[in-house]
Design a protein around this ligand. Structure first.
Ligand code: CP
Length: 333
Protein backbone atom coordinates (compact mmCIF):
# COMPACT_ATOMS: atom_id res chain seq x y z
CA UNK A 1 0.00 0.00 0.00
CA UNK A 2 1.41 3.40 -1.05
CA UNK A 3 -1.40 5.77 -0.15
CA UNK A 4 -4.52 5.76 2.04
CA UNK A 5 -6.74 8.43 0.52
CA UNK A 6 -10.18 6.92 -0.12
CA UNK A 7 -11.82 3.59 0.85
CA UNK A 8 -13.07 3.43 -2.75
CA UNK A 9 -9.45 2.93 -3.90
CA UNK A 10 -9.59 -0.53 -2.31
CA UNK A 11 -11.56 -3.70 -2.92
CA UNK A 12 -13.95 -4.73 -0.16
CA UNK A 13 -11.71 -7.74 0.57
CA UNK A 14 -8.68 -5.44 0.95
CA UNK A 15 -10.54 -3.28 3.48
CA UNK A 16 -11.55 -6.39 5.41
CA UNK A 17 -7.94 -7.56 5.34
CA UNK A 18 -6.84 -4.20 6.78
CA UNK A 19 -9.48 -4.48 9.50
CA UNK A 20 -8.13 -7.96 10.26
CA UNK A 21 -4.64 -6.52 10.71
CA UNK A 22 -6.07 -3.84 13.02
CA UNK A 23 -7.68 -6.54 15.13
CA UNK A 24 -4.47 -8.62 15.26
CA UNK A 25 -2.41 -5.58 16.28
CA UNK A 26 -4.96 -4.75 18.96
CA UNK A 27 -4.73 -8.27 20.39
CA UNK A 28 -0.97 -8.70 19.87
CA UNK A 29 0.75 -5.29 20.02
CA UNK A 30 3.88 -4.85 17.86
CA UNK A 31 5.65 -2.05 19.77
CA UNK A 32 8.86 -2.02 17.68
CA UNK A 33 7.32 -2.49 14.22
CA UNK A 34 8.03 1.08 13.10
CA UNK A 35 11.18 1.83 15.12
CA UNK A 36 13.22 4.47 13.32
CA UNK A 37 10.29 5.57 11.15
CA UNK A 38 8.95 9.13 11.21
CA UNK A 39 5.40 10.23 10.46
CA UNK A 40 4.77 13.87 9.48
CA UNK A 41 1.34 15.39 10.08
CA UNK A 42 0.19 18.58 8.34
CA UNK A 43 -3.00 20.06 9.78
CA UNK A 44 -4.40 22.90 7.70
CA UNK A 45 -7.52 22.68 9.95
CA UNK A 46 -8.16 21.89 13.64
CA UNK A 47 -8.45 18.41 15.13
CA UNK A 48 -8.58 16.53 18.40
CA UNK A 49 -9.02 12.83 17.52
CA UNK A 50 -7.05 12.68 14.27
CA UNK A 51 -4.11 14.54 15.75
CA UNK A 52 -3.95 12.61 19.01
CA UNK A 53 -4.80 9.16 17.62
CA UNK A 54 -2.13 9.32 14.90
CA UNK A 55 0.50 10.48 17.39
CA UNK A 56 -0.46 7.82 19.91
CA UNK A 57 -0.73 5.05 17.28
CA UNK A 58 2.64 5.86 15.73
CA UNK A 59 4.33 5.91 19.15
CA UNK A 60 2.69 2.59 20.12
CA UNK A 61 4.32 1.08 17.01
CA UNK A 62 7.75 2.42 18.02
CA UNK A 63 7.86 5.32 15.56
CA UNK A 64 8.06 9.09 15.96
CA UNK A 65 5.87 11.98 14.81
CA UNK A 66 6.20 15.66 13.97
CA UNK A 67 3.19 17.93 13.59
CA UNK A 68 2.90 21.14 11.57
CA UNK A 69 -0.10 23.44 12.13
CA UNK A 70 0.61 26.40 9.83
CA UNK A 71 0.52 29.76 11.56
CA UNK A 72 0.89 28.23 15.02
CA UNK A 73 4.63 28.34 15.58
CA UNK A 74 5.29 27.72 11.87
CA UNK A 75 4.83 29.92 8.79
CA UNK A 76 1.37 30.48 7.43
CA UNK A 77 1.06 28.58 4.16
CA UNK A 78 -0.23 29.84 0.82
CA UNK A 79 -2.17 27.30 -1.25
CA UNK A 80 -3.33 29.36 -4.26
CA UNK A 81 -1.63 28.84 -7.58
CA UNK A 82 -0.09 32.05 -8.91
CA UNK A 83 -0.68 33.99 -5.67
CA UNK A 84 1.25 37.24 -5.17
CA UNK A 85 2.50 36.44 -1.70
CA UNK A 86 2.44 39.89 -0.12
CA UNK A 87 -0.04 38.90 2.63
CA UNK A 88 0.21 36.88 5.85
CA UNK A 89 1.44 33.62 4.31
CA UNK A 90 5.25 33.52 4.14
CA UNK A 91 5.60 30.13 2.46
CA UNK A 92 3.83 28.24 -0.33
CA UNK A 93 2.82 24.59 -0.08
CA UNK A 94 4.89 24.07 -3.24
CA UNK A 95 7.99 24.35 -1.05
CA UNK A 96 6.56 23.37 2.34
CA UNK A 97 5.12 19.98 1.36
CA UNK A 98 8.22 18.59 -0.41
CA UNK A 99 10.36 19.84 2.49
CA UNK A 100 8.12 18.13 5.06
CA UNK A 101 8.02 14.96 2.95
CA UNK A 102 11.83 14.91 2.85
CA UNK A 103 11.93 14.72 6.67
CA UNK A 104 9.50 11.82 7.11
CA UNK A 105 8.68 8.31 5.88
CA UNK A 106 4.93 8.99 5.53
CA UNK A 107 2.90 12.18 5.54
CA UNK A 108 -0.67 12.72 6.75
CA UNK A 109 -2.54 15.79 5.52
CA UNK A 110 -5.78 17.41 6.67
CA UNK A 111 -7.23 19.96 4.29
CA UNK A 112 -10.95 20.70 4.53
CA UNK A 113 -13.23 21.91 1.77
CA UNK A 114 -12.93 25.54 0.80
CA UNK A 115 -16.73 25.64 0.91
CA UNK A 116 -17.22 28.05 -2.00
CA UNK A 117 -17.38 25.99 -5.19
CA UNK A 118 -19.08 22.60 -4.80
CA UNK A 119 -17.61 21.08 -7.95
CA UNK A 120 -14.07 22.17 -7.02
CA UNK A 121 -14.51 20.56 -3.60
CA UNK A 122 -16.01 17.36 -5.05
CA UNK A 123 -12.96 17.23 -7.32
CA UNK A 124 -10.68 17.52 -4.25
CA UNK A 125 -8.81 20.39 -5.88
CA UNK A 126 -6.96 21.48 -2.72
CA UNK A 127 -5.99 18.04 -1.41
CA UNK A 128 -4.89 16.84 -4.84
CA UNK A 129 -2.54 19.82 -5.11
CA UNK A 130 -0.83 18.70 -1.91
CA UNK A 131 -0.90 15.02 -2.89
CA UNK A 132 0.89 15.85 -6.14
CA UNK A 133 3.68 17.53 -4.15
CA UNK A 134 4.31 14.53 -1.87
CA UNK A 135 6.59 11.69 -2.95
CA UNK A 136 6.15 9.69 0.27
CA UNK A 137 3.31 7.40 1.44
CA UNK A 138 0.37 9.72 2.02
CA UNK A 139 -2.64 9.52 4.36
CA UNK A 140 -5.83 11.55 3.99
CA UNK A 141 -6.61 12.97 7.45
CA UNK A 142 -9.84 14.54 6.06
CA UNK A 143 -10.16 16.29 2.75
CA UNK A 144 -13.03 18.19 1.10
CA UNK A 145 -15.27 15.16 0.54
CA UNK A 146 -13.49 12.29 2.25
CA UNK A 147 -12.44 11.02 5.66
CA UNK A 148 -11.27 7.44 5.05
CA UNK A 149 -9.70 7.00 8.52
CA UNK A 150 -13.02 7.82 10.20
CA UNK A 151 -14.86 5.50 7.80
CA UNK A 152 -12.43 2.65 8.50
CA UNK A 153 -12.84 3.12 12.27
CA UNK A 154 -16.62 3.13 11.92
CA UNK A 155 -16.58 -0.11 9.90
CA UNK A 156 -14.35 -1.68 12.58
CA UNK A 157 -16.68 -0.45 15.31
CA UNK A 158 -19.72 -2.03 13.66
CA UNK A 159 -17.82 -5.32 13.26
CA UNK A 160 -16.93 -5.22 16.97
CA UNK A 161 -20.57 -4.62 17.86
CA UNK A 162 -21.73 -7.47 15.59
CA UNK A 163 -23.87 -5.13 13.50
CA UNK A 164 -24.95 -7.39 10.58
CA UNK A 165 -23.25 -6.63 7.26
CA UNK A 166 -26.72 -6.57 5.70
CA UNK A 167 -28.13 -4.43 8.55
CA UNK A 168 -30.03 -1.17 8.09
CA UNK A 169 -27.74 1.86 8.40
CA UNK A 170 -29.37 5.29 8.60
CA UNK A 171 -27.17 8.33 8.24
CA UNK A 172 -29.26 11.26 9.38
CA UNK A 173 -28.59 14.94 8.82
CA UNK A 174 -28.59 16.79 12.14
CA UNK A 175 -28.45 20.46 12.99
CA UNK A 176 -25.42 22.66 13.58
CA UNK A 177 -24.97 26.43 13.89
CA UNK A 178 -23.20 26.61 10.52
CA UNK A 179 -22.61 24.63 7.33
CA UNK A 180 -20.13 21.79 7.80
CA UNK A 181 -18.24 19.97 5.01
CA UNK A 182 -19.42 16.89 3.13
CA UNK A 183 -16.35 14.81 4.04
CA UNK A 184 -17.82 12.59 6.75
CA UNK A 185 -21.25 11.99 5.17
CA UNK A 186 -19.58 11.11 1.86
CA UNK A 187 -17.05 8.74 3.44
CA UNK A 188 -19.69 7.20 5.72
CA UNK A 189 -22.18 6.45 2.94
CA UNK A 190 -19.35 4.94 0.91
CA UNK A 191 -18.17 2.81 3.84
CA UNK A 192 -21.62 1.45 4.72
CA UNK A 193 -22.33 0.71 1.03
CA UNK A 194 -19.01 -1.15 0.70
CA UNK A 195 -19.82 -3.09 3.86
CA UNK A 196 -22.97 -4.33 2.09
CA UNK A 197 -25.53 -2.52 4.26
CA UNK A 198 -29.02 -1.22 3.54
CA UNK A 199 -27.99 2.45 3.62
CA UNK A 200 -30.60 5.20 4.00
CA UNK A 201 -29.63 8.87 3.81
CA UNK A 202 -32.23 10.72 5.90
CA UNK A 203 -32.22 14.49 5.47
CA UNK A 204 -34.52 17.51 5.15
CA UNK A 205 -35.27 19.23 1.86
CA UNK A 206 -32.24 21.12 0.59
CA UNK A 207 -29.69 18.68 2.06
CA UNK A 208 -29.63 15.95 -0.60
CA UNK A 209 -26.06 14.74 -1.01
CA UNK A 210 -24.56 15.60 -4.43
CA UNK A 211 -25.25 13.10 -7.22
CA UNK A 212 -21.56 12.30 -7.64
CA UNK A 213 -21.32 11.18 -4.00
CA UNK A 214 -24.53 9.14 -4.09
CA UNK A 215 -23.63 7.48 -7.40
CA UNK A 216 -20.19 6.52 -6.11
CA UNK A 217 -21.84 4.86 -3.10
CA UNK A 218 -24.39 3.10 -5.33
CA UNK A 219 -21.57 1.63 -7.40
CA UNK A 220 -20.04 0.28 -4.18
CA UNK A 221 -23.41 -1.09 -3.06
CA UNK A 222 -23.91 -2.90 -6.36
CA UNK A 223 -20.54 -4.62 -5.88
CA UNK A 224 -21.18 -5.57 -2.24
CA UNK A 225 -24.83 -6.57 -2.48
CA UNK A 226 -25.91 -3.54 -0.44
CA UNK A 227 -28.34 -0.76 -1.23
CA UNK A 228 -28.32 3.07 -1.00
CA UNK A 229 -31.48 5.22 -0.88
CA UNK A 230 -32.36 8.73 0.24
CA UNK A 231 -35.48 10.10 1.97
CA UNK A 232 -36.98 12.96 3.97
CA UNK A 233 -39.37 10.56 5.76
CA UNK A 234 -37.93 10.09 9.24
CA UNK A 235 -40.31 7.41 10.61
CA UNK A 236 -39.91 5.27 7.49
CA UNK A 237 -36.13 5.65 7.50
CA UNK A 238 -35.70 4.79 11.17
CA UNK A 239 -37.97 1.73 11.12
CA UNK A 240 -35.86 -1.33 11.88
CA UNK A 241 -32.56 0.57 11.81
CA UNK A 242 -29.57 -1.12 13.43
CA UNK A 243 -27.48 2.07 13.35
CA UNK A 244 -28.38 5.75 13.38
CA UNK A 245 -25.33 7.73 12.32
CA UNK A 246 -25.90 11.41 13.10
CA UNK A 247 -24.02 13.92 10.97
CA UNK A 248 -24.15 17.63 10.23
CA UNK A 249 -23.47 18.91 6.71
CA UNK A 250 -24.07 22.07 4.72
CA UNK A 251 -26.74 22.36 2.05
CA UNK A 252 -25.26 21.44 -1.34
CA UNK A 253 -28.14 23.49 -2.82
CA UNK A 254 -26.83 26.68 -1.12
CA UNK A 255 -23.14 25.81 -1.19
CA UNK A 256 -21.03 28.82 -0.20
CA UNK A 257 -24.11 30.95 0.61
CA UNK A 258 -24.08 31.25 4.43
CA UNK A 259 -27.18 33.49 4.60
CA UNK A 260 -29.40 31.17 2.54
CA UNK A 261 -28.11 28.24 4.58
CA UNK A 262 -28.96 30.00 7.85
CA UNK A 263 -32.50 30.71 6.62
CA UNK A 264 -32.94 27.07 5.63
CA UNK A 265 -31.86 25.88 9.08
CA UNK A 266 -34.22 28.12 11.02
CA UNK A 267 -37.04 25.56 10.82
CA UNK A 268 -34.84 22.52 11.32
CA UNK A 269 -34.18 22.59 15.07
CA UNK A 270 -36.05 19.30 15.50
CA UNK A 271 -33.25 17.58 13.55
CA UNK A 272 -31.57 16.79 16.86
CA UNK A 273 -31.48 13.07 17.72
CA UNK A 274 -33.72 12.30 20.67
CA UNK A 275 -34.65 9.11 22.49
CA UNK A 276 -38.03 9.14 20.70
CA UNK A 277 -36.22 8.56 17.38
CA UNK A 278 -35.52 4.99 18.51
CA UNK A 279 -39.17 4.01 19.11
CA UNK A 280 -39.33 1.84 15.97
CA UNK A 281 -35.66 1.09 15.32
CA UNK A 282 -34.16 -2.30 16.19
CA UNK A 283 -34.18 -2.53 20.02
CA UNK A 284 -30.37 -2.50 20.23
CA UNK A 285 -29.93 0.26 17.61
CA UNK A 286 -26.64 2.13 18.07
CA UNK A 287 -26.07 5.87 17.85
CA UNK A 288 -22.89 6.73 15.99
CA UNK A 289 -21.22 10.12 15.44
CA UNK A 290 -17.66 10.92 14.38
CA UNK A 291 -17.25 13.73 16.99
CA UNK A 292 -16.98 16.55 17.79
CA UNK A 293 -20.70 16.77 18.49
CA UNK A 294 -22.76 19.76 19.67
CA UNK A 295 -24.85 18.41 22.56
CA UNK A 296 -28.55 19.29 22.42
CA UNK A 297 -28.15 20.78 18.95
CA UNK A 298 -27.17 17.68 16.93
CA UNK A 299 -27.82 14.93 19.52
CA UNK A 300 -29.60 15.22 22.88
CA UNK A 301 -27.82 14.47 26.16
CA UNK A 302 -30.33 11.67 26.79
CA UNK A 303 -29.01 9.79 23.73
CA UNK A 304 -25.31 10.63 24.01
CA UNK A 305 -25.33 9.58 27.66
CA UNK A 306 -27.25 6.36 27.01
CA UNK A 307 -25.92 2.88 26.26
CA UNK A 308 -26.93 3.34 22.59
CA UNK A 309 -24.12 5.80 22.05
CA UNK A 310 -20.88 4.27 20.77
CA UNK A 311 -19.13 7.56 19.99
CA UNK A 312 -16.25 7.02 22.43
CA UNK A 313 -15.60 3.55 21.01
CA UNK A 314 -15.57 4.96 17.47
CA UNK A 315 -13.02 7.58 18.54
CA UNK A 316 -10.83 4.96 20.25
CA UNK A 317 -10.98 2.79 17.15
CA UNK A 318 -9.50 5.63 15.11
CA UNK A 319 -6.20 4.77 16.76
CA UNK A 320 -6.68 1.01 16.32
CA UNK A 321 -7.33 1.10 12.57
CA UNK A 322 -4.79 3.84 11.84
CA UNK A 323 -2.09 1.65 13.41
CA UNK A 324 -2.95 -0.94 10.75
CA UNK A 325 -2.74 1.73 8.03
CA UNK A 326 0.67 2.87 9.31
CA UNK A 327 1.86 -0.74 9.58
CA UNK A 328 0.85 -1.41 5.95
CA UNK A 329 2.42 1.81 4.67
CA UNK A 330 5.70 1.69 6.55
CA UNK A 331 6.60 -1.81 7.69
CA UNK A 332 9.66 -3.11 5.83
CA UNK A 333 9.97 0.05 3.76
N1 CP B 1 -13.67 12.77 13.87
C1 CP B 1 -12.59 13.53 13.69
O1 CP B 1 -11.93 13.51 12.64
O2 CP B 1 -12.27 14.27 14.79
P1 CP B 1 -11.23 15.48 14.78
O3 CP B 1 -11.76 16.52 13.81
O4 CP B 1 -11.19 15.95 16.19
O5 CP B 1 -9.90 14.96 14.31
Amino acid sequence: MQRFLDLADFERAEVKDLLGLASRLQQNPDPHALAGKVLGLLFMNPSLRTLASFQSGMMRLGGSVFVITPGQGTWQLETRNGAVMNGAAAEHIKEAVPVMASYCDALGVRMFAEGKNLQADINETGFKMIADLCDKPLINLESAVNHPCQALADWYTMDELNVPERGKFVISWVNHPRALPLAVPSATVQMAAMRGMDVVVLRPEGYALPDAIMEKARVAARASGGNVTETTDRPAALKGAQVVYAKEWGSPQHYGDAEAETRLREDLVDWCVKDSWFKHTAPDCHLMHCLPVRRNVAVDDEVLDSSRSVVIREAFNRMVVQMAVLHRLLRNK
